[in-house]
Structures are given as C-alpha cells and as structure tokens.
Design a protein around this ligand. Structure first.
Ligand SMILES: [Zn+2]
Ligand SMILES: [Zn+2]
Length: 367
C-alpha cells in the first residue's frame, strides 16, 4: 500500500454496533415485525429511494433542472436538426448524438445516486470507550481536549480537525458538508446541479459526466450552427434559419463555454490529484508556509489520473441497507429522533473518538 492511502474496514464485515441511529417514532406503538434498515434512521440530511438502494442529498437542488435542460436540448436537436443533417450530411450524426446523450444521462444518475463517501457518525458506545481510555490515564486535571490531531503523510504534517457533529477526527481530505450534514471522504464539493455531494466514491462519475456533457454540448452546438449555415446558404437567409431553432442554440451557446471551462478545471484537478475544496482553500499552494506541496500528488500526471479515476471503488461505509438489531427498533423515543448529543462532560472527553475513524495512516514510505 502506498503511503498516500489509508485502509478502510468494510462495515459489513464488522459486528453490528450495540447502539446506532434510532427508528422512526411511528413504529414505537408496535413492535416491528420485520427488521428495519439503517437508511430509515440515517442521521444525515439525505433522501433514500428504492429501499435504500438510491440516495441523494435531501435538498435535491436544481437536479430536475439539470435533467430537464439535457432532455429539452437533446430532444429539440433530434427533432429539428437531425432530419435535415441526415439528409444533407451523414447518418452518423444522430448515432453519435444518441450515444453521447445516453452516456451523459447514465453518468449523471451515477453521480447523483451514489454514496459520495459518507463516513458514519461515532456511536455513543465508541464515545464511551474513548472516555474510559482517557480516565484510565489517571489524569484528573481539567484539560480541554485537543481539537486537532496531526499525522505525517509524505513528510507533510496534516492536521485532522475534530467534527462535533460526527464525533470523530476527520480523516485526511475529509470535510463535513453542511447541506447534507455528513462527513464526506475526499470531499470535492456539494453540487446542487447533480443533487449530491461529490467525493471519493462518485468523483469519477462526476468527472465523466462533465466531460461527456462537454462533448454533447459542443457536438449539438456544432451541428446546430452547421444546420443554420446550410439553411442560410440555401437562400432562406440567416435570420429565417435562426428562427427555426432558437431555444437549443441559446442553451448550447451559454452552456458550452461554462461546461468546457468546468471540464478543463476538473481535468487540471485530476492531473494534479487535487480536490476543488483544496484548490479553493489553497491548501497546498504554499500560501500557508514554505515548502508546502500536495502530499497526495504522485508527481506524474498519468499516475494521478489513474489513481483518481481508475482506483478500485471503495465500499460504502454507511451500510444503508443493513438491518438494525431488533432490540434497537423497540427502544425509540421522541428525543431519540434528534441526533444524539454528548453532554458537557463527554464533549470535554472526546479526544480519542478517532477510534471510529477506521483509519490507519501508513507511514512506511517516509524517507
Ligand atoms: Zn462530520
Ligand atoms: Zn453535500
């Protein structure tokens, strides 16, 4: 294993914790006959469909608008431009457009419906374990817990911040999305256009989506302008030709530049093994001190691209389709619906909550 990586434990391989998020109040009145699934009591702001197989952010943002724009533009293209272009140019145009259109939609849905890499919150048991460990040290003096930890990755000191919502130290490159209320691994950004966070598990789909969308938009834009040029040459004039397909031309004209720019920006990020979050914050730009470089970069564009886009897909850690233990389904109260909060004493003693991280930073490659 490379020193830039860390190991994760598949949650399905672990024994079910004694305490986990709690069931819906409606089920308090009667004992549930069938075990409930974990997605039903998931503490983050997410929506689940198809019995937990599909997940999105609760606020789906402008996701329907994204789908609508792609559908409207492509439909107008296939109805109004393709017949003319097939007649005057080649039959390949609708075929290429169709393949791109299907590819764009598939990658969009994969980005939107995939767990972006959410880290499960620490359970009360895990927090209690930490407290016990701290008490065992015999240190009774009042001492506020450190809010950061430091680890060394490729000779760079990386600070891990403590997340008070998830009650753990965030692994490297993890950030808490305020809109989804989850810590997301290799957090890139929250994208309202796809209605989901973009992180470790769906970044490859997001990148493929914006690149294929660039090709589709540029292709349609090229075809529409060719259509107009041919019509204008045919003697009807450019103004008449423009009136034929104004909507898709306008959509393509305004979207093609922004989407091409976005694709270019993310290509730069992929080649540098950076995230949008790190780029915006300037984490490795050297502003914060001399000699700061991106410790995750392999110093090779090709290897960076492979490690970002082609690395094996890590398992989803939230085990959203797993079953809750039957005794937990019965132990529900109104107060339990709120995300559990640590009392003051616990808050002062959560230093070791990083047990929950399921994170082992390997430092073997240090030179
Ligand atoms: Zn968090
Ligand atoms: Zn989010």
């Amino acid at each position: 294993m490379n020193s830039r990586d860390y190991q994760q434990i598949d949650p399905q391989a672990l024994p079910t914790p004694a305490h986990s998020p709690l069931p819906h109040p409606a089920d308090r009145r009667q004992e549930p006959r069938t075990p409930r699934r974990k997605w039903e009591v998931f503490p983050g702001k997410n929506r689940f469909f198809c019995d937990g197989r599909i997940m999105m952010a609760r606020g789906c943002g402008v996701f329907p608008l994204t789908v609508g724009l792609i559908l409207v533009t492509s439909t107008l293209f296939f109805i109004f431009d393709c017949p003319f272009l097939v007649k005057h140019l080649t039959r390949c145009i609708p075929a290429i457009g169709g393949v791109l259109f299907v590819f764009v939609l598939i990658t969009l849905f994969q980005t939107s419906f995939t767990d972006p890499g959410i880290l499960p919150r620490a359970t009360p048991d895990e927090a209690a374990d930490v407290e016990r460990q701290i008490d065992d040290t015999g240190n009774t003096s009042y001492r506020p817990p450190p809010r950061t930890k430091e680890v060394l990755i490729n000779q760079q000191v990386i600070k891990l911040k403590y997340c008070f919502t998830c009650k753990m130290f965030r692994p490297p490159r993890t950030s808490h999305c305020s809109l989804c209320d989850n810590c997301v691994e290799r957090f890139d950004h929250h994208c309202p256009w796809v209605g989901n966070c973009v992180g470790k598990r769906n970044y490859r789909f997001f990148y493929t989506f914006i690149v294929s969308l660039s090709f589709l938009t540029a292709f349609i834009f090229g075809c529409v302008t060719t259509h107009l040029a041919l019509r204008a040459q045919g003697g009807k004039g450019l103004v008449f030709a423009l009136q034929e397909s104004p909507v898709e031309l306008a959509i393509c004209f305004f979207s093609v530049w922004s989407i091409l720019g976005l694709s270019g920006f993310h290509t730069y990020l992929v080649a540098s093994n950076l995230t949008t979050n790190e780029d915006i914050k300037g984490s490795w730009s050297g502003k914060s001190g001399d000699g700061v470089t991106n410790p995750y970069s392999q110093k090779n564009i090709f290897i960076n691209c492979c490690s970002v886009l082609c690395a094996p897909m890590p398992p989803s850690l939230i085990d959203r389709r797993g079953f809750l233990p039957p005794n937990e389904s019965a132990q529900t109260s109104d107060a339990d619906i709120e995300p559990p909060r640590l009392n003051h004493k616990n808050e002062m003693n959560v230093v070791g909550a990083s047990l929950h991280l399921v994170l082992i930073v390997t430092l073997t490659n240090l030179k």
